[in-house]
Design a protein around this ligand. Sequence first.
Ligand code: ACO
Length: 441
Amino acid sequence: MTQVHTAANDAAEDTVTLIDNRTGKTFTYPVLNGTVGPSVIDIRNLYRDTGMFTYDPGYTSTGSCDSRITYIDGDQGILLHRGYTITDLAEKSDFMEVCYLLLHGELPNVAEKNKFVRTISRHTMVHEKLRGFYDGFRNDAHPMAILCGVTGALAAFYHDSTDIRDPQQRLIASHRLIAKMPTISAMAYKFSKGEPFVYPRNDLSYAENFLHMLFAVPAEPYHVNPAMAKAMDRLFILHADHEQNASTSTVRIAGSSHANPFACIAAGIASLWGPAHGGANEAVLKMLEQIGSPDRIPEFIARAKDPADPFRLMGFGHRVYKNYDPRAAVMSKSCHEVLDIVGVTNEPLLKIAQELERIALEDEYFVDRKLFPNVDFYSGITLRAMGFPTSMFTVLFALARTVGWIAQWKEMIEDPVQKIGRPRQLYSGATQRVYVPLDER
Ligand code: ACO
């Protein structure tokens, strides 16, 4: 049995003392205080001192790094990027500015912003040979499978930005990833439709260019609806970064071995694909379709509450937010705006979604467990109204999150205390035993 005591010592350094009740020995560890949010116990010497590891499946109580990028207060429903609220950024900023902020720590001035936008625009094309990769896929390939493979393949094309020790190469790789992700994503979509790829246009904004590459066809002119571009840009902002979530931690762990940035981002994409993470927006739509009509909602609510049934209400709950996800509030508003723009006032899935939200917010099971709608709950409906097929939802998330991943990756590489990520374990398997030859088993 081990007890924990917290104390502020004379040197004004907070400490925590562990008492090993088996031996009576005490071990004291510093408490590190951030600018805001819970403090952390610095247990880097724990194993050396005690011969023990910590046990924390899912890292629910583990701080894996010291970061200055994003802060979340899940109980209050607060999300800050470099100190700015997500609501302010979504309403007053644009995605290029948020990218600059995440990468460089400050909002850009006019000259810095223009230069950044120009740099990103000039990196949007991909090597012509990369087009050949798409032909290797079946037409029914999931675009996330394509995105994962093609992003990893970028390392084979851009050798001059894979030396992670060179700050200039790190920056170029960051720009390339942010710039090329819309092109690669749009190509994945066009490939699945059997339509020709559309080249990027540097005269368009980031969101406009993406919509153009997705929905333009050579046979007729395509004009990007500015309101749609604005909604797309806002969706990118809402997904730009989210602290040390599963995919970001994957990127950091992959990068901790000094793997090249393209490989690290491909690893992040793979992690994001899961329905418990970025795949949830796709899963929400599938769930709403499965429910089919509002009168079947009670049946699905009952299933979500049944511990024997693995079914969960997709788009509800979050590891960190135990209050309304601030992104969900913006996304919900944006969702209604998009439905107005496209003239969908009677979207049946939206009706099911709204009724589901109403019931879940009142139901004791969801209230007690603090299971609020998350950003994915509304993003799925918004994207569907914008004309995206369900299979593209997580691709859009990955595209927007690329800047967050790359900012976190850069921060990790530039952190002097960075080490290769190597968690330990509680081993409960067989102890050493004698090998029995096949014919004797
Ligand atoms: N529907 C029904 N019950 C749920 C749900 C849900 N969506 N989410 C959690 N619960 C229940 C659990 O069964 C558990 O109940 P219990 O205490 O009776 O055992 C309790 O709430 C706590 O759940 P945990 O699984 O411990 O919560 P955790 O933090 O590990 O999981 C997660 C968070 C994975 C997001 C979970 O809520 C979930 O699966 N949600 C649905 C998928 C989803 O929307 N993911 C998107 C996340 S946001 C993002 O990636 C952008």
